[in-house]
Design a protein around this ligand. Structure first.
Ligand code: GLN
Length: 481
């Protein structure tokens, strides 16, 4: 077993392992862990066929590409041509992608092997993976606990060793929070760093593809392959793809944290203590860590839910049952009634709730009170970010107020569920990159992480600080892939 992609690829080069054996290993593990429900679809035959082809190429002396033989799972909101993409929703049951998302295209072009699509909250709306038409995903460390959401399946696929790395999407924390709950690394790059072409839209000005992995170099490698300008996404950052090679681990950083975050009443005392202790240690090592105040913290969740539901209500209007996806079997002649029936059957409760909320905040008479106000909050947050990063290299925060909770604990109370997104939505509202690093273990036995953020487009510093924190401050043993 290997602890990172580089080791695996070295073993492929000396023929001490093969892509085929590796895929067989993962397929067995996926089968043995079926109860976790991490995958919606597994592409077994195809992955094996591709593995054999790559082994042949290597034997014939073809120079290996960057992701030669790397086994990757993708969240079921990311298009992979001729494969199902359902957003874990009944409304897309039976639908297959007509084209590759840019992210998948770039992975496949570098000879990655896509092993399957991962379960998630319907249309990426949720924090626990309880909102999936395919049923809940279980946290492999304690199957009575949620894996987090919405990219819970992608997180568990890495956590349980069912693939080497996986893709999720992060609109308000859906990569970082499940990474935190599962004890792995989860990166949300800057908004626009990875093209959104072929990512099913939830809230377009927030959505970003993210990466789960076991090591920073693995994540950096995937990021360098997928990032870069794209003719199919005008919001993608107009920079050609680059490498994120981590060089300087002895550098001293200037780091900020928000007082209101570490003292927030919703934050578990052990998590808060762990962060304060880490801050002390960082100072002892010669880094500067400064407390800042952030009086807007309690506005971030309301602003996020107003803006994302507004965007979702518009984005999800395309699922009308006429052109593709689920269509009601009832014979209805009135077109509006047909739409209503199809959408009521196809969308789950949480998605319906958000479409209605979004439609409400955009309606005339309420637009100014909700939508415009939330946009103003977003502007203030962007200004705050500019002020923070004019002075500091990085910002640290908890990832989530508590460790993974039990199934059903919050599912009847959407507001409580939403409020737990308090530490993650900031990065999406402002477009900055954020990562959750699995540094700690709670006395309740569950892991928890710390979140690090840097200024927009500065993933390199983010990854360098992450590597430093994982090397010096991780308390657990390294995981194998
Ligand atoms: N938990 C958040 C929500 O429900 C985040 C979702 C996401 O990032 N896709 O909206």
């Amino acid at each position: 077993m290997f602890t990172n992609i580089q080791q695996y690829q070295a073993a492929l080069e000396d023929f001490t392992t093969s892509c085929q054996d590796t895929v067989i290993h993962y397929l067995h593990k996926i089968e043995a862990n079926k109860h976790l429900n991490a995958f919606t679809y597994v592409y077994a035959d195809e992955a094996l066929q591709r593995a054999r082809m790559l082994d042949e190429n290597r034997k014939a002396g073809a120079p290996p590409k960057k992701l030669h033989g790397v086994v990757i799972a993708i969240k079921d909101v990311i298009c992979y041509k001729d494969h199902p993409v359902t957003a874990a929703s009944k409304i897309l049951h039976g639908f297959k992608s007509l084209y590759n998302s840019t992210a998948v295209q770039r992975l496949v072009d570098e000879d990655a092997i896509i092993i399957g699509s991962c379960n998630c909250d319907e249309f990426a709306m949720g924090s626990s993976n309880e909102n999936s038409a395919y049923g809940k995903v279980l946290n492999a460390l304690d199957t009575s606990k949620v894996p987090g959401g919405s990219s819970g399946g992608s997180a568990v696929a890495v956590q349980a060793g069912l693939c080497m790395a996986s893709l999720g999407s992060d609109t308000g924390g859906s990569v970082r929070q499940p990474a935190d709950f599962c004890g792995i690394i989860g990166l949300k790059p800057s908004y626009g760093r990875i093209s959104r072409h072929g990512l099913l839209a939830y809230a377009s000005s927030f959505d970003q593809i993210g990466i789960f992995g076991n090591s920073i170099p693995d994540i950096a490698l995937l990021l360098s392959v997928m990032s870069g300008a794209d003719d199919y996404d005008s919001t993608a950052i107009q920079e050609s793809s680059r490498s994120y090679e981590i060089t300087d681990s002895s550098k001293k950083y200037n780091i900020a944290y928000f007082r209101e975050a570490v003292q927030h009443p919703s934050l578990d005392a052990e998590i808060s203590n762990a962060i304060l202790l880490l801050i002390d240690e960082l100072r002892k090592e010669g880094h500067q860590v400064t407390e800042m105040n952030f009086d807007l913290l309690d506005y971030v969740v309301p602003a996020y839910y107003v803006l994302t539901t507004a965007e979702a209500s518009s984005n999800l209007s395309r699922y009308d049952g006429i052109r593709y996806g689920h269509q009601t079997k009832e014979s209805i002649s009135d077109l509006t009634d047909f739409y209503k029936q199809t959408r009521s059957e196809g969308f789950g409760r949480e998605v319906q709730r958000r479409i209605m909320l979004g439609t409400f905040v955009l309606s005339s008479g309420y637009y100014d009170a909700y939508f415009s106000k939330a946009q103003q909050v977003r502007r203030l947050l962007v200004n705050k970010t500019a002020a923070v990063f004019a002075e500091f290299d990085a910002l640290i925060m908890p990832t989530s107020p508590a460790t993974a909770f039990g199934f059903g604990d919050k599912s009847d109370d959407p507001v409580t569920m939403y409020l737990a997104d308090i530490f993650t939505v900031f990065a999406n509202l402002t477009g900055i990159p954020g990562i959750s690093l699995p540094l700690f273990k709670h006395s309740n036995g569950m892991p928890f992480g710390i979140q690090v953020m840097t200024k927009k487009t500065d993933e390199l510093t983010l990854l360098e600080i992450s590597e430093l924190l994982l090397k010096k401050h991780k308390t657990d043993q390294p995981v194998t892939i």
